[in-house]
Write a protein that binds this ligand. Sequence first.
Ligand code: NDP
Length: 337
Amino acid sequence: NRRILLASRPQGLPAPENFRIETRPLPALAEGEVLLRTLYLSLDPYMRNVMNEDGPVYAPSISLGEVMIGGTVCRVTESRHPAFQAGDLVLANSGWQDYAVSNGEGLMPLGATDRPSLALGALGMPAFTAYVGLLDIGQPQAGDTVVVAAATGAVGSIVGQIARIKGARVIGIAGGAEKCRHAVENLGLDACLDHRNPLFAENLAASCPQGIDVYFESVGGAVFDAVLPLLNVGARVPVIGVIAHYNDTDTRLPGPDRRPELMTAILQKRLLMQGLIILDHYERRFDAFRQDMETWLAAGLVIPTEDIAEGLEQAPAAFIGMLRGSNLGKLVVRVSD
Ligand code: NDP
């Protein structure tokens, strides 16, 4: 069984040396346990935060020498658990490894599906985050201007497509011309702007002549700086991530204090900014999400984009690449067939 461990804590952007791969014999199954074979491993930005010594408030940090955590789609290869049979497909949280032993807790049966990896993307956590953040906090109305950050990523690509379904005018923000073309041609956005272009702020303003009614925030940094002056009175801003800051070694960097500008904008424009951690919402909203998303996928109204890395050993490089924007769509690792 190959497993990828946290070898050392990253300073800034993670490096390959922060990970170590080791091979261990598989433990024997006890009564009540199942053996899981990983088919797909999800790679997500939150994994960067749990690599720090002080983890985020919503999740404990990983200890040195521990297996990297992560959502997976697995096949049960052996079962001594009454609820599971060999051959079952399940959604698990078994992390960066070929196999895992589970007592069944937290496993979600997936039933028959011809595209199991979607359980980690368009039918799973990232798309669910898009759904709750956009519909419950953003509340886009027909004709609104919705701006979505990281617009071709796992979450952002779904946000844009749902906002289109709701009749909004949707402007994406992404890194590079190729991603922007994909956003317009394949995801159906009205426009998409490259945040690496030196004229980004001007281009965004020109694309939002009526201002911005909903800004779906997952980036922070320079992208948020360009958005803030364009927000309309009463704008809604679901805040689900600040990936531009995940590699910061100090989030209280010296520099001019921008809080007065932000607080004044929140006050005068009556902004609604609300943070969202998706773990809080499964009980109340997941069933509605599943129903709507299955309908939209079947009707071709939402098109999933997946970026598949081949082989468990590729996980560190693919993960580091994602933090720098090299992925197009939901990044998963195909660990086995
Ligand atoms: P993505 O598939 O969007 O991949 C990450 C993308 O972030 C990169 O491809 C890159 O896109 C963009 N990015 C990275 N650094 C920067 C930067 N400095 N400035 C602008 N863009 C940058 O990942 P996900 O869709 O899985 O996650 C997106 C965000 O949503 C993350 O912040 C994540 O933490 C958050 N999230 C939060 C959840 C919650 O419960 N709150 C749940 C799931 C995700 P580009 O090339 O376009 O810049």
